[in-house]
Design a binder for this molecule. Sequence first.
Ligand code: ADE
Ligand code: ZN
Length: 319
Amino acid sequence: MSSPVAELHMHIEGSLEPELIFALAERNSVQLPYTDLDDLRSRYEFTDLQSFLDLYFANMQVLRTAQDFADLTRAYFARASAGGVAHVEFFFNPQAHVNRGVPLHEVLDGIMDAVGTSEREFGLSSAAIAAILRDRPVHEAEEVFSEIIRLQTPIVGLGLDSAEVGNPPSLFEDVFARARSEGLHVVAHAGEEGPPEYIWQALDLLGAERIDHGVRALEDPALVARLVDEEVPLTVCPLSNVRLCVVDSLSEHPLRTMLEAGLLVTVNSDDPAYFGGYVDDNFAQLRDQLGLTDAERETLARNSITASFASDARKAQLL
Ligand code: ADE
Ligand code: ZN
């Protein structure tokens, strides 16, 4: 048996599998623009982040009630746990639901219901990170964050995602400062498609404790030195990087270069229903196509536990 892994970078809406899309469309009487599963699956060809985000947001329309969000979250927990994930910190995008008329409490109630029972049901500890859509107005982020806090939602952190280029972390300084003052952890997507400068901003302006993706850090040696020195975790998503054309192929993925540079790298699935697999699939394909060794896998597994926001007691159980 391989060591347990923590998954630190996945979007719960990105675990919406085609079969569940059709089942929820039926349950909620939503008319889908696809004739059948094959028609839907034929659209899973992406040229960049935006081409994926268009489908990701379109498919969310089937998510309407707390039950839908709970079912989605539990389906991911079941699959992740079967693949060796023992702890997960996952993103959800409140604005993506509120903006299409779904009450925030339906989203939070469903997700938090599943989080509350994950250890008992799946042996998986879990925590949710509210992620701000960086391509939406700043005031919208502030409003939805205020509402999450007003409702005393037990999230573990605040994140920043969606279309990166042209939407720098600097725009969101205030809302991240508020999150820190509320005692929340803060993380940010940076250096996926965007430049190393966005990683500097995420660290210096947002106080990000982890960088999601961060593969473009390698273009800036001073930044790599800082990330190594401060042991800032990078939550890398290899299959996602291939499917979104951030890298040409898995065999050319810079994961090993990052490990050799001394970076605290972890392996994650990002949007497993869209990118061809869950964390265990990422590891299996890295082994087959990048020649990832058992020792490297062990390092990555340990990194994921170390980089998590789990309690010291939980970390000790998993390390
Ligand atoms: N939202 C879902 N997946 C994402 C990704 N890979 N990058 C940015 N935002 C996202
Ligand atoms: Zn992501």
